[in-house]
Design a protein around this ligand. Sequence first.
Ligand code: HPA
Length: 274
Amino acid sequence: MLEEKRKRLNQTVDFINSHKPTSPTIAIVLGSGLGGVTNEMEKLCEIPYKEIPNFPVSTVQGHKGTLIFGKLNNVDVLVFNGRFHYYEGYPMDVVTYPQQILDGIGIKTLILSNAAGGMNPTFRIGDIMLIRDHINFFGTNPLIGPNDDELGPRFPNMSKVYSHRLLNIAHTVSAKLGIHLQEGVYIGVSGPSFETPAEYRMFNMFGADAVGMSTVPEAIVAHHRGIELFALSVITDLGIVGMLMEGGHEEVLEAAAEAGPKVVKLIYNMMPEI
Ligand code: HPA
């Protein structure tokens, strides 16, 4: 089983390594409506996921499916423009496929972005929340199954998943730019239904500040492989009593697109500091 899996991953890694124009050590996964990062990039090479051996293809609206090598603020970067969600019906192994190839292609730092519902009463739509910690509420774990001890430990320590070094850089850069940041705990759920008022309240009582349907499985796999992590949420709706939204995915995409330029500016200016 492990042999077969290694073979598949190696095919993907070899293909990407033989096509890459540069050797970035930083990768970014773009979430809902945050594609604006790609407009600021000097693109050197864009590969559709469907052309990459064994790579999954995303189906959800607002998510593209390309791998982009380029420069962001003069720093080499690899962008995953489109991710795979558990609610699409993919198994966790597929959801986290991009993270499983990161070390093979030389990535040391991973930046994850997502859209999330805010539950902290001080949050407002359009806020950016840096993820300090997470709660895995998917009801499963992407590391279930045989462990490849060469990639990471059977029982990974999770006491410091999100790099304090990168959180500090983000705070310093945002202060210079005048971008207001929130920081908090992200709870990852399967979706695809949004939360009921009772669920939002329960998650907030758990200690979560924002809720979303991605990021946690990706963070677990990347951390297992020893990749340094930075993650942020754009707050696209509120799960706060009296402020609950009545819309759906369209509203989330709109809010994400509106807050997008702030996220782009932050990440752009962080690049040389990483
Ligand atoms: N809940 C879950 N996922 C989300 C939300 C939400 O309120 N907003 C954006 N993604």
